[in-house]
Write a protein that binds this ligand. Structure first.
Ligand code: PLP
Length: 411
């Protein structure tokens, strides 16, 4: 794919109705469709304007601290064989990649004259990022969050409240991400004129999968340039964890045209392969509709979304972005999984060997990259380190201790 073909891809995928091949689209009630059409029109006209682009560019530089660096993980690489590089989205303001699309969505909201941002959150990272964007632009913010996640991710709940957001606890179903999306959608439908729904990943009805991908493309554009500048070549492999798939789409989008670069999306296999014990959508799902769009979906026999689990709250969603679903079918991206145990091992390994505590979501990608590095000693692997692990340390210590000190104490 030349530069021109690359531009053509992003212009023609998705099509005008938001279809990524057979996936994506918009399966929603007419009153919501009207609002989505308004957002789509606004996105096409406003986001291409010189003013919008330069304002977003300035925000990224001065507020978010972009570009985030690419870092060569030397100790880990020497130990494993392959060369592991990390795109440091953990250093993006608020500690994860999610602020990239939140600032874009909130800027669009401002141009559209909206007063309030509504969203769901899983690990709390999207909620914190959106509450940050709302504070920046002086907008109201309402975040829906499952009670299970509220208990697990307490620091992020407090952060949202300090930033001025209202956190709405969701107490039905499994009380995690899927129910939070349902609850946030319902709140948005009550007042779609002055409020706007800001989805947290490349999911939902058109135009969200396209819009969120476009705002995350900065990760792929930066890291392709940075990697080439550092090494004089393109990476052999690019690895990212996949929940809804926004950090993965962000980095993959920079390399889709490079046939020699293999792309890997890593899903959570959790505690095992039984339904309810994982969220490996691509491995065990089949095409279905959730939250207004078509994608690979973990579902029961009746076609209802199946219960999901992952040690990483940000990955426990039974659906996945429609573009990922398309890229799986086309074979351009390989989707694979790692278990909770492999994830926790990678979490400690990266902390000990490189001085970087990763988010448990990102540790899935690190775990997979470590396997690739072991199996392919001469290859380079660029990992999207989507976020930092501060939010996870209480949970980890409670479950696993701090490991080294435990061994020391036993001796
Ligand atoms: C939310 C989150 C993810 C998963 O979301 P995607 O849309 O799949 O990127 C991954 N990493 C971190 C740090 C997150 O907060």
């Amino acid at each position: 794919m030349s530069n021109q073909t690359r531009q053509d891809y992003f212009k023609s995928v998705p099509d005008a109705q938001g279809n990524f091949g057979q996936f994506g689209g918009s399966y929603i009630p007419p009153e919501l469709q009207q609002e989505m059409d308004r957002i789509t029109d606004a996105y096409y006209s406003i986001s291409k304007s010189h003013q919008f682009i330069s304002e977003l560019r300035s925000i990224r530089t001065h507020f978010q601290g972009r570009p985030t660096p690419v870092y060569f993980a030397r100790t880990l690489s020497d130990e494993l064989g392959g060369r592991i590089y990390l795109k440091r989205e953990d250093l993006n303001h608020t500690g994860a990649h999610k602020l990239n699309h939140c600032m874009g969505e909130a800027l669009l909201a401002k141009y559209m004259g909206k007063k309030k941002l509504i969203a769901e959150t899983g690990a709390g990272q999207h909620g914190v990022a959106l509450a940050t964007a709302a504070a920046y632009f002086g907008l109201e913010c309402e975040i829906h969050m499952g009670e299970v996640d509220i208990a697990k991710e307490h620091p992020n709940v407090v952060r949202m409240q300090i930033l001025g957001a209202k956190v709405v606890p969701v107490s039905f179903g499994l009380k995690t991400l899927k129910e939070a999306v349902d609850s946030a959608f319902a709140a948005y439908l009550e007042d779609p004129v002055t409020s706007i729904y800001c989805i947290g990943s490349v999911v939902g009805p058109h135009p969200f999968p396209m819009m969120v991908r476009d705002f995350q493309r900065v990760v792929g554009i930066e890291s392709r340039e940075q990697f080439f500048e550092m090494t004089g070549e393109n990476p052999d492999n690019v690895v990212a964890c996949v929940g809804g798939g926004s950090n993965a789409m962000g980095i993959f989008s920079g390399f889709l045209d490079l046939e020699e670069t293999r792309l890997y999306g890593v899903e959570p296999m959790g505690r095992g392969t039984t339904i309810g014990e994982h969220a490996a959508t691509m491995t065990y799902g089949r095409p279905g509709v959730i939250h207004g769009f078509k994608c690979y979906l973990l579902q029961d026999d009746a076609g209802e979304p199946a219960p999901v689990y992952s040690i990483a709250s940000g990955l426990d969603y039974p659906g996945v972005g429609p573009e990922h679903s398309m890229l799986k079918e086309s074979g351009r991206v390989t989707y694979d999984s790692v278990t909770d145990q492999e994830t926790v091992d990678a979490f400690f390994e990266l902390s000990r060997k490189e001085g970087i505590i990763p988010a448990l979501e990102s540790a899935h990608a690190v775990a997979y990259a470590m396997k690739l590095a072991k199996d392919n000693p001469r290859q380079s692997i660029l990992v999207n380190l989507s976020g930092r692990g501060d939010k996870d340390i209480d949970f980890i210590v409670e479950q696993y201790g701090t490991r080294a000190t435990f061994a020391d104490a036993v001796e």
